[in-house]
Design a protein around this ligand. Structure first.
Ligand SMILES: Cc1cc2nc3c(=O)[nH]c(=O)nc-3n(C[C@H](O)[C@H](O)[C@H](O)COP(=O)(O)OP(=O)(O)OC[C@H]3O[C@@H](n4cnc5c(N)ncnc54)[C@H](O)[C@@H]3O)c2cc1C
Length: 421
């Protein structure tokens, strides 16, 4: 194996975990290179709390390079394109990086400019996104000044990173406005292109119930086509309109721009078609992908990226050794959903099993699909685990790529047989 080179594109959640684990697994048998355009690693789940003054951006950002194990080569450069035939990556300073194995971990790109009017007048004045550090900070200032009126939370279209984050924002906004004593003079709406509060039926019903309980209006099947920031109007493609004084939007997402400049690598949205069990790309056998960059039919979430990293690292080691790949990623996803008042829900699911009630990971664990303080503490603790266990690539007992079934109620028999606990 000696003299091989693995190039990892993207030094975010997935790229960092994979590089650190590969470094440990392959030691000096392969060079590990990571490319990222900047040296600021953002703990993205923390952005949810910034608008409410519960976190500050500077606490969520750490130097990227310092999260990488010694011996991993870091290139602080923009990827220009990948040449699949020549097995090389061109960086924006002209550097040509040849690879034996390529890992695409460049995440998803926000595209607010793709929605008419969104980035025009009113952007970061009446219309905001908390999905970026700048947006989250600007929204904090706007929310602090907000004195009642119509507050609308909208996701423009799927897929988005962390599909539950806009719901969490709505729940936290309800709590924040009550604490400030202005909830009674605020109409709060959650406007979504989906036909319910969430993508999966059981969780969708539970979350719709919570929205109703908190007097948050749910507007479904609304595909936002145009935003008038100064007039405060969101117009759907079907002609329906929603008025707002403050709009919190989750813009369209696509894959990294260089994917479009790399023939054969991505699909029309810039995501990388990949095998849903092995994480090998459809482009070439020596190209793998994980995290938000893939086209896989599971959530774009850090938990998913973490579970995928386990399988992907194993498969790169096998690929380099000429062995058969493991086909054991089951689509496992796991998300805490903050609901305000120091409580949170937890959902856990995979390709075949939707989020179900019960407990995680066994019948004595955290409650599933039910609000609890324990889940809220779990969400807060997660940040420490992210920096100190997940990114360094440490193995976490119990939480792994295979979805646990032991504590779940109503799990289909065929799924029980296929999964491990
Ligand atoms: C507000 C918010 C809340 C969230 N909450 C949760 C949560 O509670 N739980 C959860 O599991 N997940 C959550 N997520 C999602 C989670 O953060 C992502 O799914 C996860 O970070 C994906 O990891 P990744 O490695 O695929 O992408 P990223 O971590 O985004 O990394 C991609 C990297 O690629 C780099 N890059 C892109 N293009 C180029 C280029 N051309 N050249 C060089 N570098 C490039 C970027 O700079 C970036 O560092 C949340 C996300 C947001 C925005």
């Amino acid at each position: 194996m000696s003299g091989r080179r693995v190039v990892v594109l993207g030094g975010g959640t997935g790229g960092t975990m994979v590089a650190n684990r590969l470094r440990r697994r392959l030691s000096d048998e392969a060079e590990i290179h990571v490319v990222d355009r900047d040296d600021h690693h953002v703990y993205q789940p923390g952005l949810l709390f910034v608008p409410f003054g519960l976190a500050h951006v500077d606490e969520l950002v750490r130097p990227r390079q310092r999260q990488l194990a010694g011996g991993v080569v870091f290139h602080e450069r923009e990827v220009d394109h990948v040449d699949l035939d020549r097995e090389s990556v061109l960086l924006d300073d002209g550097t040509l990086l040849a690879y034996d194995v390529l890992v695409v971990a460049t995440g998803a790109r926000l595209q607010p400019q793709e929605t008419e009017g969104l980035t025009g007048p009113g952007w970061n004045e009446t219309a905001f996104t908390f999905y970026t550090t700048e947006g989250a900070s600007a929204l904090q200032t706007a929310l602090a000044r907000f004195d009642g009126g119509r507050l609308v939370v909208n996701l423009v279209d799927m897929p988005i990173k962390c599909p539950v984050a806009p719901l969490e924002f709505a729940f936290l906004a309800d709590w924040y406005l009550r604490e400030r004593g202005i909830r009674a003079r605020t109409e709060l709406s959650f406007v979504t292109p989906l036909d319910g509060a969430f993508t999966k039926p059981v969780a969708s019903q539970e979350l719709a119930g919570l929205l109703a309980e908190k007097e948050i209006e749910l507007v479904t099947e609304f595909n936002a086509g145009e935003i008038n920031g100064t007039g405060g109007v969101l117009t759907g493609y079907d002609g329906r309109t929603v008025d707002f004084d403050l709009l919190v939007t989750v813009p369209l997402h696509g894959g990294a721009a260089y994917v479009e400049r790399s023939p054969g690598l991505g699909d029309a949205l810039g995501f990388v078609p990949s095998d849903k069990r092995t994480l090998q790309s459809a482009a070439r056998p020596n190209v793998f992908a994980l995290g938000d960059a893939t086209d896989l039919p599971t959530s774009k979430a850090g938990s998913v990226t973490h579970f995928e990293a386990d399988v992907l690292v194993e498969n790169i080691v096998r690929f380099l050794a000429g062995q058969e790949l493991a086909s054991n990623y089951d689509g496992h996803a796991n998300c805490f959903i903050e609901t305000g008042f120091h409580k949170a829900l937890l959902i856990d699911f995979n390709y075949e099993v939707e989020p179900l009630p019960g407990h995680f990971p066994t019948s004595f664990g955290l409650p599933l699909l039910r609000e609890s303080r324990l889940n809220h503490l779990g969400k807060l603790m997660f940040e420490w685990m992210y920096w100190h266990a997940l990114l360094p690539g440490r193995h976490l007992p119990v939480i792994g790529p295979a979805m646990p079934t032991a504590g779940k109620r109503g799990i289909p028999t065929h799924a029980k047989q296929g999964a491990t606990t």
